[in-house]
Design a protein around this ligand. Structure first.
Ligand code: TXA
Ligand code: MG
Length: 321
């Protein structure tokens, strides 16, 4: 059974968590975005265990999490533009994809053969653990490959029941959606995955308008078409609910619930930030009713709504058999 370390105990048990990492084991790591399945990024076997536990395709590279820009620069090459982005948004939900430095001791598996590495400096407890451990942690979201990302320690425990994974419980994740991924190549910024840090925020910080990646497969292989998928099928932009379906609502919706359908409202006041934080919990809650269809309200396609719609589109994409 997974071992959950409660938030009250965390301060006194960071040493124990680091010991687990030292042994090459994975841990459940709370970050401000989602929970990660983390291991020592310089230990090849530990990184291989992440792929194994997640059932993740090997070609999909992992993000490394660092305590600060100095640690980041040991593993990746930061030009002035990448530094400017790190200064503006770290610690926080922005991953920077930069050229990977050679011979740093970073596991080869981390970047899955690419010449680049994705690096981010998370906020809060995750950062404290990394600083205390002294080495970067490779961490994908702590879900089985292709499934909904966990935003609470109990969701991680559910995904990995039957293992003895140590999970640091730091409550519900503040952001609730994975980090924005931005690739920096010379003077060009390309957003590979939308998130809380929007294109406008990046432009305000750097004076450069980022490009938006159209690539579905190569740049961020995690952007595979069907991703973040609950068991139920997902139908978007619904203003009515089909018979037997559950409803993931947004804002003040008036729908006929006389059919007895279960409704989860992402944000009754229509707040996108609140909706992002509730998205995965909402999908999971409705999925657990056993319904085979989740109908979703239209979500405004602006600001954080772009990231929410990105995840919902993937959740609704045709599944591999
Ligand atoms: O918020 C987050 O980013 C969370 C928390 C745990 O930090 N992590 C996360 O990791 O979402 P993961 O593995 O689920 O998604 C990472 C994405 C994948 O789509 C992967 O393909 C992409 O980042 N990625 C990682 N390294 C890359 C690289 N060098 N070039 C392009 N894409 C990369
Ligand atoms: Mg993921």
């Amino acid at each position: 059974m997974p071992k959950i370390i409660s938030s009250q105990e965390l301060d006194n048990r960071i040493g124990e968590i680091c010991k687990e990492l030292q042994l090459g084991h994975c841990i459940g790591l709370p970050t401000e975005t989602v929970y990660g399945l983390a291991a020592d990024a310089t230990n090849g076997q530990a990184v291989a265990r992440i792929f194994e536990m997640k059932g993740r395709p090997k070609f999909n590279p992992l993000i490394i999490h660092v305590a600060n820009l100095d640690m980041a620069e040991e593993y990746g090459t930061f030009n002035a533009l990448a530094r400017q982005l790190a200064d503006a948004f770290w610690p926080g939900p922005l991953t920077l994809v930069v050229p990977r430095r050679a011979d740093t001791g970073l596991s080869e598996l981390v970047s899955a053969g690419l010449g680049t590495v994705g690096i981010r400096c998370p906020k809060g407890l995750a950062r404290e653990i990394i600083a205390s451990f002294g080495r970067p942690l490779a961490a994908p979201s702590a879900n089985k490959s292709g499934k909904v990302s966990p935003t609470a320690a109990s969701h991680v425990a559910q995904q990995f029941e039957g293992t003895d994974l140590m999970i640091a419980d730091n409550g519900v994740c503040e952001v609730g959606l994975e980090s924005t991924i931005a690739k920096v190549e010379d003077e060009i910024i390309t957003i590979l995955r939308p998130g809380l840090v929007t294109a406008d925020m990046i432009q305000d910080a750097t004076g450069k308008e980022p490009e938006i990646s159209k690539s579905q497969t190569i740049e961020a292989p995690g952007m595979m078409k069907s991703h973040y998928a609950p068991n139920a099928n997902v139908k978007l932009n619904c203003n009515t609910v089909e018979d037997g379906a559950a409803f993931l609502a947004f804002g003040q919706v008036s729908i006929d619930t006389s059919c007895g359908c279960t409704v989860y409202n992402l944000s009754k006041s229509g707040d996108l930030r609140e909706a992002a934080a509730n998205l995965y919990l909402g999908l999971k809650t409705l999925d657990e009713t056993g319904t085979d269809m989740i109908c979703v309200s239209p979500i405004p396609h602006e600001g954080l709504g772009i990231a929410i719609n990105d995840r919902l589109q993937r959740a609704s994409a045709p599944r591999k058999p």
